[in-house]
Design a protein around this ligand. Structure first.
Ligand code: MG
Length: 269
């Protein structure tokens, strides 16, 4: 959607704040032995008690035959997105876990994702932000997660009114190369605001200056995914979970932003 009124902006900010709180609550539950189904139930509870509605639950994306059966996507290690939160999927120390959720609040939709390492705190270079206690147990996992976070910050900074969607993809590629990682280019970000998925498509790999022009008021879900391997994906037998074809690990961060005249405003931080 294109935001044209202050009321729309206020409503989107309220929705974004709720989603940030939900992901923080569910993120705090991430520890060894917790099942993905527990996280999913907690996410649904956290959304509904805040007066919002899960956006993924019952949503049928374009090209899919069935509605998504859960509130949360939980994608572990070589799973990159849309991981189904099965009860049999149990988190283990050292797992790279992405929590992805969408919600609507008063009719406005936002979408965001965070990647954590079970049992470990990731220190983000760019913001000094922490996600859980320092560990050097798996430096590659820490590099993957903090680089993907940096890719999101770079991608958001590149989302400027009058620029192009390709500028966002180019910023992601730049960070991926810096860390010798690969963007997952078959998937990308999207417009959001009035529904879960809107135009335009936001590439995770592109050349600067390519593609659609970014307009003032656009509401965008920007969501870089970086992989340790070649970056190609396959759809799992469950028909939802996308995993890396070479079974290497991937990470994913996402925020919803409004493109303002003076730069992007992050709604879900
Ligand atoms: Mg999304």
């Amino acid at each position: 959607m294109i935001v044209t009124t202050d009321e729309q902006k206020k409503a989107l900010r309220a929705a974004g704040k709720i989603l940030a709180g939900v992901l923080s609550d569910v993120g705090a539950m991430v520890k060894d032995g917790v099942s993905c189904a527990e996280l999913d139930l907690a996410a649904e509870h956290a959304i509904r008690t805040r007066g919002a509605v899960p956006a993924f639950l019952g949503y049928t994306p374009a090209g899919s035959a069935h509605p998504y059966p859960a509130t949360l996507c939980v994608s572990i290690n070589d799973e990159v997105v849309h991981g189904l939160p099965h009860a049999e999927k149990i988190l283990r120390n050292g797992d790279i876990v992405t929590l992805d959720a969408g919600l609507s609040y008063n009719g406005y939709f936002v979408d965001a994702a965070r990647t954590l390492i079970v049992g470990s705190v990731v220190q983000f270079e760019t913001t000094g932000e922490k996600s859980l206690a320092p560990s050097t147990a798996d430096p590659q996992a820490h590099k993957l997660v903090s680089a993907t976070h940096e890719a999101l910050q770079g991608a958001i900074a590149a989302a400027r009114v009058g620029g192009r969607v390709g500028d966002i993809g180019a910023a992601i590629v730049r960070v991926a190369r810096k860390y010798n990682l690969t963007p997952v280019e078959e998937l990308g970000g999207h417009g959001v605001g009035e529904s879960v998925h809107e135009k335009p498509f936001i590439p995770n790999s592109a050349g600067a200056g390519e593609g659609e022009v970014l307009k003032e008021g656009m509401v965008l879900a920007i969501e870089p995914m970086l992989a340790e391997g070649k970056g190609a994906i396959i759809l799992d037998k469950d028909q939802w979970t996308y995993r890396m074809r070479d079974r290497k690990r991937a990470a994913h961060f996402e925020d919803t932003v409004i493109l303002g005249k003076n730069g992007p405003e992050v709604l879900t931080a």
